[in-house]
Design a binder for this molecule. Structure first.
Ligand code: 8X3
Length: 264
């Protein structure tokens, strides 16, 4: 499928995988609709995306946790932006790595509200138009964490397990339409993910990536564009991807210590 001229809507596009995905679609000549909580950051991404070949870019600020704002923002899109061809449900985060029985309830609310409810709100607002127009592709960001939970990550992992069920359920609900649904499930990716998880504690975040070669945001963006570029009759259901130093959400090989196993 040619991506040139298609309208791609990416949530959480101000940094990390969302930002890299914007550039990857820009390089294919897409039109980009980018949102994030931080409009000033997403505007910088928009400028770069134009340089990298995007046909046009429109930005707006959106907190996907705000159900009313999601509906209003999508409904208020100018006509030339309202026909979304590709939705990338990327906005998501982790907070904390506490044992479940010692966890912070605010952290749980933030992860569930963003990763699960936010994804649902955006999907509910965008997909009816795809069904009506008889074309579209939804790409959801899952994780190895949705396959296998890890210590201290029960709630984050649960949100990604929920994403997996939503992805697979939506694909069933869209049978009989040409709309495609894909989950891209990366392992460790070097982004601000761990800094956000540990609320800016850089040394704790750095330890997460010590001795491993994480995926880059560009690796994940590449898989997203690949899934979307398949012929129209091909639906990629899941792409489970890690770097070669990771086997699943529990097992890593850490070069400095030469240890392999549960080295989280
Ligand atoms: C992110 C994967 O293992 O860094 O979804 O939590 S992990």
């Amino acid at each position: 499928m040619s991506i040139s001229g298609k309208t791609v809507f990416i949530t959480g596009a101000s940094a990390g995988i969302g930002e890299a995905t914007a550039y990857a679609f820009a390089a294919e000549g897409a039109r980009l609709l980018l949102c994030a909580r931080r409009k000033e950051k997403v505007d910088i991404v928009a400028e770069q995306a134009l340089v990298k070949g995007a046909q046009a870019v429109q930005t707006f600020d959106l907190d996907v946790r705000d159900h009313a704002a999601v509906g209003a923002s999508i409904a208020a899109l100018p006509a030339e932006w309202s026909s979304i061809d590709i939705l990338v449900n990327n906005a998501g985060l982790s907070r904390g790595l506490d044992k479940l029985y010692q966890g912070q309830i605010d952290d749980w609310e933030e992860m569930i509200d963003t990763n699960v409810k936010g994804l649902l709100y955006v999907t509910r607002a965008v997909v009816p138009g795809m069904v009506e127009r008889g074309s579209g592709h939804i790409v959801n960001l899952g994780s190895t964490a949705g396959e296998l939970p890890y210590p201290g990550g029960a709630v984050y992992c649960a949100t990604k397990a929920a994403e997996k069920s939503i992805n697979d359920g939506l694909r069933q609900d869209l049978l009989g339409t040409p709309v495609r649904v894909t989950s891209i499930d990366p392992g460790m990716v070097e982004t601000d993910f761990s800094k956000v998880r540990f609320r800016g504690d850089e040394s704790r975040a750095a330890k997460v990536y010590q001795g491993v070669v994480p995926l880059t945001p560009e690796d994940v963006a590449d898989a997203i564009v690949w899934a979307v570029a398949r012929p129209a009759h091909v639906n990629i259901a899941h792409v489970l991807m890690t770097s070669v130093t990771q086997a699943n959400s529990l097992m890593f090989h850490r070069e400095q210590t030469g240890t392999t196993g549960n080295t989280r």
